[in-house]
Structures are given as structure tokens and as C-alpha cells.
Write a protein that binds this ligand. Structure first.
Ligand SMILES: Cc1cc2nc3c(=O)[nH]c(=O)nc-3n(C[C@H](O)[C@H](O)[C@H](O)COP(=O)(O)O)c2cc1C
Length: 380
């Protein structure tokens, strides 16, 4: 077993473990993957200025986010179908995040329902990600379920009005609904550990994995050809929908996928508590600007009115510090914990998160910074 010392090591190992279709679905971007390269280039181009001889012996990574004390300015991003990466993958992610002391956001499109995740991870700090369904009554009922499971922050995804153009998914035969092809069946057969440890375990218990939150009468096995109209993702979302959500959702409201200053200001105007400055990990529109290039102006415009979260492209603890230095209050990681989950289940996901915290701590020592809030003065 090769040493797993950094995110790249985990990614390489995950590539061996997962069927190609699933690996590519997680790993890759959209179209020509220029957004993916741009957000990495942008993070790589940022430098942080150290303050030498600061005289600190220890660093404190913990912080207050949206009224809660958490172990670091970090959260696990919502990722659809994380339950395919490991059996019961979403619950495992929730337990890993809980042990580390950070929030985890469950996707509308998780394999396991929020109720089951809550039962399996009673202490987890759960957030819920919403893809608004066309049927608003069903959407409201989904929100009630999230609320009843103690999710105190709703991340409504605003940057995905239509399905992104990910050609590799078509080539690999990976799509929802999943339609088995010679290629995809051979792909699965070449990954017996995943076949036996994940797929077979589902098939022998609850059956073909599905989008767990879809209501029973509409529930769509991922092999079925159509998703009922009522639970199709609403592609006409507007700020009025955000006002509606503000009315019906009593917890914190976060709008995910904001890049423009004007949109951040409107988010504050409709009563959102937070935004996620995000390029959706380079997975949606291929000509999006890099979040790192957008955060400073957004943070300056909405300072004191909105909590600013950021994501996309984090591979090192220093990437988290860079987003914080630019003005983010906390950072979401999507692919990283999935690599850990693929490689080592719950322990693997926890190990990856702890690795990022260690990298953050080391870099803060070099920067002469004791607390993450001091990072905002560190950018040069
Ligand atoms: C496999 C996968 C599935 C995702 N599913 C969702 C989702 O259901 N809802 C959502 O808002 N974002 C989703 N995202 C985007 C993440 O929440 C996050 O914005 C992105 O992964 C951050 O980039 P990173 O993976 O480089 O950390 C997904 C990302 C990945 C990698």
C-alpha cells in the first residue's frame, strides 16, 4: 500500500479503487476543463506574507461560524451520490466530519436520506443542500425533513439552472438514470472491491441505489429512464424563490454559487445569512471566473452583512488559508473527503480532513499567525 501523504496520493489511490465512470464523475470538470485549471492557477498564484519571530507556540484553528463553534474554518461540501463512493458513504462522511468537529452538508441528491444519516451520526453538525424541485409543496416537505433532523443551515444551490455539459460521463456511460452498457459493466467488473463492498451491499440490502430524498411515489431508481416532472430541478429559479425560502426556512440560509458582487448584495438584501463563493469545483460553466479572484470584492461589499464561504479547488491546507486570507470566513471541500472515503471509508475521510488541518496548522506556524481570523491581514 503506497503512503498516503497528501491529496494527490489519496486521489491516485481512489482512482484505482473506483470504477472509471464514478471516478471521472467526481474528479473532472466540464467541457474543456478550463474553469478547473483556472481556479487551480488562481489559487497557486496567491502568496501569503509571513510575520517572522511572532513568538507563538501553538495555533488555534477553531472559529465561530454562523453562531456555532467549530474546530476549523472548514466544512464538507454537498456532493451528490457520495453514497456510491463507499457503502453508506454519506453517513460515514457525517461521522468523519463530526469527529473532526466541522459541519457536513448533505446533498438533496444523496443516496441515503437525511433521517438515516442523522440516526447514524447523531452528533454531526448537519447542513442541508437544496436543489429546488419544480413542485414547491414537495420541496417544502423536504425542507421540513431536513429541519426535523436538526439541519440548521440550508445551502440552496443557485448556480445549476441546467445539467452541465460533462462529455466524459456520456463516454463512460455514467449518468442518471444509469443505463448499463458493455463499457460501464466491464468498468464495474474491473473494480471488484467496489462491486462487492459498495454495489453488492446495496443490492443485497435496500436494492439499487437511488436518490434517497425523492418522495416514495416519485422515487427513481437510478436505472429508471425518467425523473417525474414534480421533482425535476427547477431551472427558472429567481430571487423570488430565495424570498420564499427565507419565509419557509427558519434556520440559516446560504446561497451557494455566487460570484458577482451584485448577486452577493442581492443575497444580503433578501435576508440570506451567507453565500458560498463557488465555481462548483469547475464542474458547471467552463468560463466562470475563479472564486479566489472574486472573493475580495465580494467580502468588501457585504462585510458585516453576510458570512462569506468559499469553495472550489482546495487540495492543501494552504488553499484554505488563502481563501480565508482573501476574505472567506470558512471553506468547503468537496472532492477531498470523497477521495478519503473511497480509499479508507469513514477513517479515510477523517484522515483526509485531519491532514488538511495539519497542513493548515503548519502553514500558520510559518506565517506567524495564531488564529485563522488574523489571516485576513496576511495577504500580500
Ligand atoms: C461528485 C460531486 C458531486 C457534487 N454534488 C453537488 C450537489 O449535489 N449540490 C451542490 O450544490 N454541489 C455539488 N457539488 C459541488 C460541491 O458542493 C463543491 O462546490 C465543489 O466540489 C468544491 O470543489 P472541490 O471539489 O474542488 O472542493 C458536487 C461536487 C462533486 C465533486
Amino acid at each position: 500500500m503506497p503512503m498516503l501523504l497528501n491529496a494527490d496520493d489519496y486521489r491516485s489511490r481512489a482512482r484505482q479503487m473506483l470504477p472509471r465512470g464514478l471516478f471521472d464523475y467526481i474528479d473532472r470538470g466540464t467541457e474543456d476543463e478550463t474553469a478547473l485549471s483556472r481556479l487551480r492557477a488562481s489559487l497557486d498564484g496567491i502568496t501569503l506574507m509571513p510575520a517572522v519571530l511572532a513568538g507563538h507556540s501553538e495555533r488555534d484553528l477553531d472559529t465561530t461560524l454562523l453562531g456555532a463553534r467549530i474546530a476549523a474554518p472548514l466544512a464538507v461540501a454537498p456532493t451528490a451520490l457520495a453514497g456510491l463512493v463507499a457503502h453508506d458513504g454519506e453517513t460515514k462522511l457525517a461521522r468523519a466530519a463530526s469527529r473532526v468537529g466541522i459541519p457536513v452538508c448533505i446533498s438533496t441528491q444523496s443516496v441515503t436520506t437525511i433521517e438515516t444519516i442523522r440516526r447514524g451520526a447523531p452528533d454531526a453538525k448537519l447542513w442541508f443542500q437544496l436543489y429546488v424541485w419544480r413542485d414547491r409543496d414537495l420541496t417544502a416537505r423536504l425542507l421540513e425533513r431536513a429541519r426535523n433532523c436538526g439541519c440548521d443551515n440550508l445551502l440552496v444551490t443557485a448556480d445549476t439552472p441546467v445539467s452541465p455539459n460533462r462529455e466524459y460521463n456520456q463516454r463512460n456511460g455514467f449518468g442518471i438514470p444509469f443505463t448499463p452498457s458493455l463499457r460501464s459493466v466491464a468498468d464495474v467488473a474491473r473494480h471488484p472491491r467496489w462491486l462487492l463492498g459498495v454495489l453488492m451491499r446495496y443490492l443485497l440490502s435496500e436494492g439499487i441505489p437511488t436518490y434517497g430524498h425523492y418522495p416514495a411515489e416519485f422515487r427513481t431508481a437510478i436505472t429508471r429512464p425518467s425523473v417525474a416532472e414534480a421533482v425535476r430541478l427547477e431551472h427558472r429559479l429567481s430571487w423570488d424563490d430565495m424570498r420564499w425560502l427565507r419565509d419557509v426556512w427558519p434556520g440559516r440560509l446560504t446561497i451557494k454559487g455566487v460570484l458577482a458582487v451584485k448577486d452577493a448584495e442581492t443575497a444580503a438584501g433578501v435576508g440570506a445569512d451567507a453565500i458560498v463563493v463557488s465555481a462548483h469545483g469547475g464542474r458547471n460553466l467552463d468560463c466562470l471566473p475563479a472564486p479566489a479572484d472574486c472573493i475580495p470584492a465580494i467580502a468588501a461589499a457585504v462585510q458585516g452583512r453576510l458570512t462569506v464561504l468559499a469553495d472550489s479547488g482546495v487540495r492543501r491546507g494552504t488553499d484554505v488559508l488563502k481563501y480565508c486570507a482573501l476574505g472567506a470566513d470558512a471553506v468547503l471541500v468537496g472532492r477531498l473527503p470523497l477521495w478519503g472515503l473511497a480509499v479508507g471509508g469513514e477513517q479515510g475521510a477523517e484522515a483526509v480532513l485531519r491532514m488538511i488541518l495539519r497542513e493548515m496548522d503548519t502553514a500558520m506556524a510559518f506565517l506567524g499567525v495564531e488564529r485563522v481570523t488574523e489571516l485576513k491581514t496576511q495577504l500580500r
